[in-house]
Design a protein around this ligand. Structure first.
Ligand SMILES: O=C(CO)[C@H](O)[C@H](O)COP(=O)(O)O
Length: 254
């Protein structure tokens, strides 16, 4: 029996929404033979559930999954899904990932789970990028829903960057602390995360310009800003509805 239904009455409304978004997106955009980038985070866990069901039932065949984090890799392996890496599959068809916030221009903040560098690398290797999210991540303007931009930095550069990022761009910056470890979070790449709380009252901020300046700063590995790369977002609501918002600007450029 194919069990790709997404309804689960044991889930809270918000978890149910995450699951609905993941299932609806995968149902539409993951095809047989797909080389699939698999994002990170609690919404992606439902994507892995969908893939496991569809793959073991024979509904999906010949797929290969490329994880964006250590934890996603473990989930994929435990689910018995064919799992590989960018060394073997440097070009992917589709990447599906969660987000912390998506604005009206489809710009995303990612990295709440600290996996932003590998997520961006896998997204960049993929022809299409789809975001799955519950409705709480849907915003008009970055900052309406989420408070900071995660930035992965080399540990060697962390202290100067904690001063220079707010000095150049405003707001405040802090090193992300691990919960059960005495010290900062260490990413899958051995780096630290600076959470930059940007000022919310800046009108028409040019995020592309901010991204370019941050990316050109020595010691910054990557930022959680995903600009101009999202083909569509699947937002799901606790009432069971799912909206696919297609980025028409992106469609005409691909
Ligand atoms: O970017 C991410 C991890 O680095 C996640 O996709 C983002 O934080 C959303 O996570 P969740 O689905 O748990 O809300």
């Amino acid at each position: 029996m194919v069990t790709t239904t997404s309804h689960d009455s044991n889930l809270t409304p918000i978890e149910q929404a995450k699951k609905l978004a993941a299932f609806a997106c995968a149902e539409k955009h993951v095809h047989n033979g797909c080389r699939l980038g698999v994002g990170s985070g609690s919404t992606v866990k439902y994507l892995v559930e969908y893939l496991k069901n569809a793959y073991t039932s024979g509904k999906l065949t010949n797929i290969v999954c490329i994880p964006t984090s250590f934890l996603t890799k473990q989930w994929l392996i435990n689910a018995g899904l064919p799992t590989s890496d960018l060394d073997s599959y440097p070009e992917l068809d589709v990447c599906i990932d969660g987000a912390d916030e998506v604005d009206a221009q489809y710009t995303c903040i990612k990295g709440g789970g600290g996996c932003l560098a590998q997520e961006k690398i896998v997204q960049n290797a993929s022809k299409h990028f789809y975001v799955i999210a519950d409705h709480l991540k849907d915003s008009q303007k970055l900052g309406d829903r989420y408070n900071f931009i995660p930035i992965e930095v080399l540990p060697f550069a962390a202290q100067p960057l904690l001063r220079s990022i707010p000095a150049k761009f405003g707001g405040t910056a802090q090193l992300r602390d691990a919960v059960k470890k005495c010290g900062p979070i260490v990413t899958d790449n051995g780096n630290f995360i600076i959470d930059w709380s940007f000022e919310k009252n800046v009108e028409n901020r040019n995020w592309q310009d901010v991204q370019i300046k941050l990316a050109n700063t020595p010691g910054i590995v990557e930022t959680g800003l995903f600009i101009g790369v999202t083909d569509a977002v699947f937002f799901a609501y606790p009432d069971g509805s799912v909206k696919e918002l297609v980025n028409t600007a992106r469609k005409s450029s691909t």
